[in-house]
Design a protein around this ligand. Structure first.
Ligand SMILES: Cc1cc2nc3c(=O)[nH]c(=O)nc-3n(C[C@H](O)[C@H](O)[C@H](O)COP(=O)(O)OP(=O)(O)OC[C@H]3O[C@@H](n4cnc5c(N)ncnc54)[C@H](O)[C@@H]3O)c2cc1C
Ligand code: SF4
Length: 491
């Protein structure tokens, strides 16, 4: 801790953002960078706690006080070394992580947390600028081969770590480019795609082979995969969306959020992209997004950029509190009201609303949603048990477009998972423990959303790293790859 009174002297400040009226005119990122002095002051706020709770908040076990100190000292090489030792892709998490480390930061007990996520983004961008981020292809190869199925953050992290261990890795991706939801789920205004391309280029230089437009289970059979590789990591995500099967669901104008976001991401990155399905645009439409989470918020931001006439977002839960309650004490990750940058750009948010039916016109097009207000019965810990409609609150909300953003069920079962005969858990995800990431099928491992269910990029990276460690142990009987538990213990 280089600046003992930093946390008293400097308030938390975030980098400037382009104004909402300006940024809705494009799909680019709009959060700026700190000046040199601002970055120094933000790093100086870290108290180098005796027990740094930020560590336990971070699924990767990032060694946060140490990199904060290196930033304060302007020792960029050291800051990058510390950060890269636990996180393969800080350029992703530094942009889109909800930062559970900040919720756990000791400073947030009585003040604002250290701006850890922004500091992380600055470290990695400075490291790229200064040329510290280079391919790290190992000198010694083991001669063992590993297939990674899926190129989202879990698959990429597993591939990167296994390559470090000297194995020869092939990543299979059914989409046309690697990245998973980073590329075709999360909009460019949160994560521009050159950030992914820059990393993929490095991974290719490390020797990882990417086979895109290749669906395992269809273009390559499960048998062929098993016969060609010494180990397999399943990292195909959990992409089957939850549906809302209410009257009128088959009307035109009702779409799963991911179908909508996927189209726009492809349009942005590939101007000559040809639609496989009917194009969906929110231009001059009244839009309702059903679902109060991040995916819904991304639909809000996209609809505003396409020039929607009105954008509403409905959530069944009641409006979360702005401050922690007794049910969510520090340092747990609290469910607080979050106003995303997309909400700032224009959106009417409604809480405690149940959609009962979609109403159509004579041509079978959506014209309105039939909704009611609801109240929730909760248990003594504040957990929702059941809801009741408020009598007399039923009404129609005009809409020509509705996006369903109410979560994801599990990975696709038909094809690869069925052919491999992997066991599933009670929710339909691939069964494996958080200790060994190993499925019931010999030499087959699993990581990311396919195992834990739809989650966060930081968790996917963490699972990919931990699964790679288990694969290395399986292949060689030992491993030098780090585990997040060991990092937390010795940091
Ligand atoms: C719209 C949206 C916004 C989000 N925003 C955020 C955010 O802001 N911050 C955050 O932390 N998290 C966010 N998330 C969650 C995050 O993106 C996921 O938790 C994370 O991407 C999961 O990583 P993964 O590698 O497990 O799977 P995925 O990213 O889903 O990648 C799986 C890949 O496997 C491929 N695949 C599947 N089966 C096969 C097969 N048989 N053969 C070949 N390839 C296959 C798929 O095509 C896909 O590319 C968001 C999710 C969505 C949908
Ligand atoms: S908990 Fe916050 S103040 Fe303490 S070491 Fe971590 S980042 Fe610094």
């Amino acid at each position: 801790m280089s600046h003992i009174t930093g946390f008293k002297e400097f308030p938390r400040v975030l980098p400037p953002k382009v104004a909402p009226t300006e940024r809705v005119r494009h799909y680019q990122e709009f959060i700026g960078m700190y000046s040199e002095a601002e970055l120094n002051h933000q790093a100086a706020r870290c108290m180098d706690c005796g027990i740094p709770f930020c560590h336990s908040g971070c699924p990767l076990g990032n060694i946060i006080p140490e990199f904060n100190d290196a930033v304060y000292q302007q020792d960029w090489q050291e800051a990058y070394r510390i950060l890269a030792s636990t996180n393969n892709f800080p350029e992703f998490t530094g942009r889109i992580c909800p930062a559970p480390c900040e919720s756990a930061c000791v400073l947030s007990i009585h003040s604002q947390p250290v701006a850890i996520e922004e500091i992380e983004k600055h470290i990695i961008e400075i490291a790229f600028e200064k040329g510290f981020v280079q391919p790290t292809a190992p000198v010694l190869k083991t001669g063992q081969t590993v297939a990674v199925v899926g190129s989202g953050p879990a698959g990429l992290a597993a591939a990167a770590q296994l390559t470090k261990a000297g194995h020869t890795v092939t990543v299979f991706e059914r989409d046309d480019r690697p990245g998973g939801l980073l590329r075709y789920g999360i909009p460019d205004f949160k994560l521009e795609k050159w950030v992914i391309d820059r990393r993929i280029e490095l991974l290719e230089k490390d020797g990882i082979e990417f086979r895109c437009n290749t669906e395992v289970g269809k273009d390559i059979s499960a048998d062929e995969l098993m016969n060609s590789f010494d180990a397999v990591v399943l990292a195909g995500g959990a992409t089957i969306p939850r549906d809302l099967t209410i009257p009128g669901r088959d009307l035109k104008g009702i779409h799963f959020a991911m179908d909508y976001l996927n189209q726009q991401n492809k349009r942005v990155s590939q101007p000559d992209w040809v639609h496989e399905h009917e194009p969906v645009f929110a231009t001059d439409q009244d839009v309702v997004v059903i679902g109060g989470g991040d995916t819904g918020s991304d639909c809000v931001g996209t609809a505003n950029r396409q020039g929607a006439r009105s954008v509403r977002q409905f959530a069944m839960m009641m409006e979360p509190p702005k401050e922690r309650t007794k049910h969510m004490p520090w340092p747990t990750y609290p469910l607080l009201l979050s106003t995303t940058s997309s909400h700032e750009e224009g959106c009417e948010r409604h809480w405690g609303v149940n959609t009962k039916a979609f109403l159509g016109d004579m041509q079978g097009n959506l014209r309105a949603l039939l909704v009611t207000d609801i109240t929730w019965e909760t248990d003594e810990r504040g957990k929702r048990i059941k809801f009741e409609e408020i009598a007399g609150s039923e009404r129609e909300i005009p809409a020509q477009l509705a996006f369903l953003a109410i979560g994801y069920l599990h990975p696709r079962h038909d094809g690869l998972l069925t052919d491999l005969k992997v066991e599933l858990d009670e929710r339909g995800h691939v069964q494996a423990t958080e200790r060994d990431y190993r499925t019931n099928v010999d030499k087959v491992f699993v990581a990311g959303d396919a195992r834990r269910g739809q989650s966060l990029v930081v968790w996917a990276i963490s699972e990919g790293r931990e699964a790679a460690r288990q694969v290395d142990l399986f292949l060689t009987g030992k491993t030098a790859l780090p585990s997040k538990d060991a990092v937390a213990m010795f940091a």
